[in-house]
Design a protein around this ligand. Structure first.
Ligand code: HEM
Length: 185
């Protein structure tokens, strides 16, 4: 199970309805995005820090919070620029961000509310700065694409590790999951 980041990006773009008009709107507001990015980073890490479990992950290694603040600002700006027109670089970067979160033990239960927090904070700022609703919608769709990458990384890494360790086929693995879910439901 190796994910093709480009193909996944294309599929998620279609699924979320993230359009060319959304991309243009984001690019036109990239300077604004960069201006508010540090405030968004502050709000984001304050939110994570209020959760005992996530706070422990954030402070597990020296300098992590500091590094994260910078990478968040960069990430946030890329939401507006799309890096290479939402091409291969963008897809690879989003896939890598997903993998890094899996590596440091962050699961879907952490990431979903965290992305909702990003959207809520941006929403407040959009309103305060008199930005139109369609910019919020564009950003929201883009955040959902990114969220899908982080979520998918979790299952891809898990499945790949199990298949490698056990030698099972993907078909068998999927059947076991379906059977397991049926017995738990
Ligand atoms: C909206 C969701 C999130 C976004 C957009 C985001 C963004 C990022 C980015 C851009 C990186 C840097 C990746 C790299 O080094 O290439 C990163 C790493 C990391 N993130 Fe997140 N993150 C999110 C959710 C979370 C949550 C919920 C936690 C929980 C504590 C978390 C903790 C971390 C940690 C520990 C790292 C690795 C830091 C290191 O370099 O040591 N992130 N994140």
């Amino acid at each position: 199970m190796t994910l093709d980041a480009n193909e996944f990006l294309a599929r998620m773009t279609k699924r979320t309805g993230f359009s060319e008009a959304d991309k243009s709107l984001l690019k036109n507001n990239a300077d604004w995005g960069l201006t508010i990015a540090p405030d968004m980073a502050d709000a984001f890490y304050a939110y994570l820090g209020r959760d005992e479990e996530m706070d422990a992950i954030l402070n597990a290694t020296e300098g992590r919070v500091h590094r994260l603040r910078e990478t968040f600002v960069q990430w946030f700006y890329e939401m507006f620029t799309g890096m290479d027109e939402w091409g291969t670089d963008y897809a690879d970067r989003r896939w890598r961000i997903g993998l890094i979160h899996v590596k440091v033990g962050i699961g879907p239960q952490h990431v979903v509310p965290a992305m909702a927090t990003v959207m809520a904070e941006v929403g407040k700022r959009l309103k305060a700065d008199g930005k139109a609703d369609n910019l919020r919608d564009a950003l929201s769709r883009s955040c959902m694409v990114d969220l899908a990458f982080i979520e998918q990384a979790y299952i891809e890494v898990t499945a790949t590790a199990v298949l490698k360790e056990t030698g099972w086929t993907e078909g068998l693995f999927r059947r076991l999951i379906a059977t397991g879910a049926a017995t738990m439901a």
